[in-house]
Design a protein around this ligand. Sequence first.
Ligand SMILES: Nc1ncnc2c1ncn2[C@@H]1O[C@H](COP(=O)(O)OP(=O)(O)OP(=O)(O)O)[C@@H](O)[C@H]1O
Length: 313
Amino acid sequence: METPPAVRARGITKCFGEVVALDGIDLDVAQGQIHGLVGPNGAGKTTLLGLLLGLAVADSGRLDILSTAVGRALAAPEGVAGFVDGPGLYPSLTARQNLAALAALRGRDARTAGIDDVLDQVGLTDVADDRARGFSLGMRQRLGLAAALLTRPRLLVLDEPSNGLDPAGKKHVHGVLTRLAADGTAVVLSSHRMDDLEALCSEVTILATGRVVFSGPLSKLAAENRELDYRLLTSDPPAARELAAGTAGVHVVGSAAQWRGAEALVVRALVPALDELVAQLVRDGVAVRELAPVVSPLEAAFLALTEQQETGR
Ligand SMILES: Nc1ncnc2c1ncn2[C@@H]1O[C@H](COP(=O)(O)OP(=O)(O)OP(=O)(O)O)[C@@H](O)[C@H]1O
């Protein structure tokens, strides 16, 4: 039997006065999936996340969360945790006290609630007894995530969770989210950071002006995309340039440029033509030392799809 999705939205519309924030949104998020929401400012990401958290209700459409239809009343659906617009914390309490207060609100004993464990998971053990007032944005984000983890959610909803995180903080947060998903929790998060989304998400939804312009696996996005520019570093740049120029479907873009002290070639191609070039380089004994898109497939698709939407309005 197929497992029911964590989120199933059909034709969701939400207006604020004259502003149509969401305009007929369909969204499917499977259990155990990390699903990214991406879109320009004002595209409707926070509004959609707010609906998943029960902070607002849709004007029309159908929303099922963890197999339960969301009704007209404002209420956090059972099994859902997360935050939009930053986590709600008590500034005068320490990190540990914040979590204990939350556990108490849920009728749980602070000693058995798993507070030490969630603090450890998000990397805040060392500052557990410091007041939240003095926390940086990244530390507040991590404490908000710890608070959400305390409820053992089956759907975790996060608005820009990487905001303000330093590399160590990001590593903790990415690790937590990846482990949660491996254990079957669905995660829906928004981000403007394409590299974070590519590192974390198996599927993304691109929103523009309240509409879905793409939803599906990242691999599909890359494959559907137009030609990309790739930076190519080899053991023999002149030979690589000659081979690239002679490979059908590969275009050498501009002149060879320096990249980290080496001479790089930038070529524009679809993936099959690029594969052919790499095979040819290997046949000719030219070693490929680095081959990477100049702009990531997600970013390229994001720009192309949102520009299309803007000009088509
Ligand atoms: N409470 C509200 N009252 C009035 N308009 C709102 C409200 N919340 C959102 N909007 C409007 O709805 C639209 C979508 O906003 P939303 O915050 O969901 O976008 P977003 O994609 O999260 O943007 P950003 O990337 O800037 O956070 C915007 O035009 C915004 O001005």
